[in-house]
Ligand binder design. Sequence first.
Ligand code: ATP
Ligand code: MG
Length: 393
Amino acid sequence: MGFPEKLDIPPSILHIAQTLDRAGFEAWCVGGTLRDTLLGQPHSDYDIATSATPDQVQRLFPRTVAVGVKYGTVGVLDQQRALHEVTTFRRDVLTDGRHAVVQYGVSLDEDLARRDFTINAIAYNPLRYEWRDPFRGAEDIAAGLVRAVGDPRQRFEEDFLRILRAIRFAARFDFAIDPPTWEAARAAAAGLRQLSAERVRDEWFKGLQTSRSVRRLVSMWIAAGVARVWLPELEADPRENLPEPPADIRDPVLLTALLIAEPSRALRRLKGSNAQIERARALEEGPTEPGAVDLTTVRRWMSQVGPSADDLTTLWRLRHGTEAPWAAAMTRIRQNKDPLTRSDLAISGSDLLALGVRGPDVGQTLTQLLNRVLEEPSLNNRDGLLALAREMS
Ligand code: ATP
Ligand code: MG
């Protein structure tokens, strides 16, 4: 595969490269964005690798942010206050499977050699229109292959997260994993225990969000031995008849709930946020669907499940491969703005107190009123509800 002669580089990136170049430093576009460009896929911002140290970068640009100075990364803000990452050429010394201590003062080729996969180890000089691809990543992109840079066993031992990254890229681009890389990943999988739950969660979520086929992602997590360590539920219950989720649904919490029977437990293990764990718990609790699709039954169900109605409806669609049968009723109920909670009622607790309802009975009366209104939304007006409340007391 040949390289395009010249890439269309955004002005802010060119400006950063020129500033570094004029000060006597090298500046290259690197990383995932080049890979995505060569794949003809939509891509995000170009990362820049430079021979300048983080200090020198911070001195050259008026506005910078210390994004990851420990690893040599400085964020440079452009005129529009957009942030671009500039990372010093580095070599990783003292890797322990989780962290690295980094050393500057190395060449571009050494910097490319510490990168994980050949497809991620390509560089392009935006001022000289020059390509650098010492590990023939462009050929692997053309062949659809994820291949470790250097000795795969050693590379996975240095950083076990790379096992998850290999699988994620394979599932995202529908690439194969080169057999020696795959064998080394499987052999190193026990080391995944050493990773922090947060890093594993980020990879699991990114994998779900970007995979072309979620089923393939899951089968690779199982086959590599990753699932056994972090999400054994995936193995226990392979859900063979599960339809492939449509491409427009990549919500990681929903997909976790689709794949795992007790998603809240799994998300707690992965140190998900409280909001994510709570969403998962609500999905477990249900009821997963209304007992019938008439408006009253659907309103009662929406009232009961509250904010998880949409999640439950999408989950049903994921499980069955077709739209939930009550989806149309739900849309109509929302269009009509039918009352669904006690606070949607046209009267409040203080109205009931004024009517002479005893304090301890107020809550129950409101619930009874809501029950009537869920059956018949047109009852939700002040006079009607006050009359009903009088009858009830
Ligand atoms: P994405 O589209 O997911 O952002 P990416 O390739 O840009 O993909 P990043 O995590 O943003 O991935 O990392 C940028 C680059 O840094 C990678 O392309 C790779 O060269 C290098 N890199 C990132 N993580 C690692 C790692 N764990 N080990 C070695 N190199 C890494
Ligand atoms: Mg990236």
